[in-house]
Design a protein around this ligand. Structure first.
Ligand SMILES: Nc1ncnc2c1ncn2[C@@H]1O[C@H](COP(=O)(O)OP(=O)(O)O)[C@@H](O)[C@H]1O
Ligand SMILES: [Mg+2]
Length: 331
């Protein structure tokens, strides 16, 4: 027996889909290593808890952080961990693996991912561009001669693609996503409240009260960090209005590339989009009212995928169902 698997190798989260079973693993793309030996101490959830809290001999890092592979060895260790996690049984034949990777990675990096997967125990590897996987995962009719537009806002990247006849007609990758939003929140608090907060706290704030357009009922949140002047721990209460201001620049840059994509899209396909609109996927698309904001700015219908964090993994799963077809060509 063999369990073919699909992997969404995201900049923030790795999601693993096993054929006939669905999504079985969903963990942060984080690896903690010992500095001296570079041996792996922890991967995934356990490693994410260590971010910002490691003693001097351990580093917790995100090997895919900006949509490029920062460290091949660590990426390989991470892939191995995820593949082994779902293929523990030695009686199983090595799996065939479909991996969705950011479309901005280089040919050298693509080869490295493939080799890493083979080292990690894959029998055969198919790489799929992330926006293509997302479009398949949300159920867009990508094989028809009409425009399908997907905007996948991940941690380190935003990927935009217009797909028709199973091919990518237009693609654009921006190295801005949820991480940049977190950073803007941290900078805002430092500048306006003299409060230093960590990466994880910024993310928590974004998820709890982040928005792209005014909310019917604005929210507030208590935030804890360290005062830059007294050096002591302190708590402040911030509102969703302030966080929206902090996020504004990042969101504008995402809006801007979406507009560029529309501007560069062939006219027949642009015409299709008037009715078909844009589908958003990826965790970053869950910022409150981002769909509304994008719709206002583009005058197109915009909807958020049903399960934005799993869209790409579900797409790799759909490809697994028909792998021999997909293996003939690379997308
Ligand atoms: N409810 C939410 N609201 C806003 N952002 C979110 C939410 N849930 C997750 N995110 C953000 O989504 C990003 C991760 O999305 P994901 O699609 O998994 O990224 P990647 O594909 O790069 O791994 C992170 O920046 C995370 O903070
Ligand atoms: Mg992703």
């Amino acid at each position: 027996m063999s369990h073919d698997i699909g992997i969404d190798l995201g900049t923030a989260n790795t999601v693993v889909f096993v054929r006939d079973r669905g999504v079985v693993v969903n963990e942060p793309s984080v690896v903690a290593i010992y500095n001296k030996t570079r041996k792996v101490r922890a991967v995934g959830l356990e490693a994410k808890k260590m971010l910002g809290r490691t003693p001097g001999n351990i580093t917790a890092l995100r090997p895919m952080k900006d949509g490029v592979i920062a460290d091949f060895e660590v990426t390989e260790a991470m892939l191995r961990y995820f593949i082994n996690k779902v293929c523990k049984n030695p009686r199983f034949v090595p799996p065939r693996v479909v991996i969705a990777v950011p479309s901005g990675i280089t040919e050298v990096e693509r080869r490295a991912v493939k080799e890493s997967a083979i080292h990690a125990g894959a029998r055969e590897v198919l790489l799929l561009q992330e926006p293509m996987a997302a479009a398949i995962g949300v159920g867009l009719p990508i094989d028809e001669p009409i425009a399908n537009m997907i905007v996948d806002i991940g941690g380190g990247t935003t990927e935009i693609a217009i797909i028709s006849l199973s091919g990518i007609v237009f693609t654009k990758s921006l190295r801005v996503g949820g991480d940049q939003m977190d950073l803007s929140i941290a900078n805002y608090l430092k500048k306006n409240y003299n409060l230093l907060i960590g990466e994880r706290m910024s993310e928590d704030i974004k998820i709890a009260i982040g928005s792209a357009n005014p909310l019917e009922k604005e929210l507030s949140l208590d935030v804890k960090g360290r005062d830059t002047i007294s050096g002591l721990p302190r708590k402040v209460t911030i509102s969703s209005v302030e966080i929206r201001e902090a996020l504004q620049e990042t969101i504008s840059s995402i809006v801007e590339v979406v507009r560029q994509a529309l501007d560069q899209c062939p006219p027949e396909l642009a015409a299709d989009l008037v009715d078909r609109g844009i589908v958003l996927a990826g965790g970053g698309s869950m910022i409150r009212h981002l769909d509304r904001k994008l719709s206002e700015e583009t005058h197109l219908p915009v909807i958020v995928a049903e399960d934005p964090l799993r869209a790409v993994a579900n797409g790799t799963g759909a490809v697994l169902q028909n792998l021999s077809f997909w293996l003939k060509e690379e997308y």
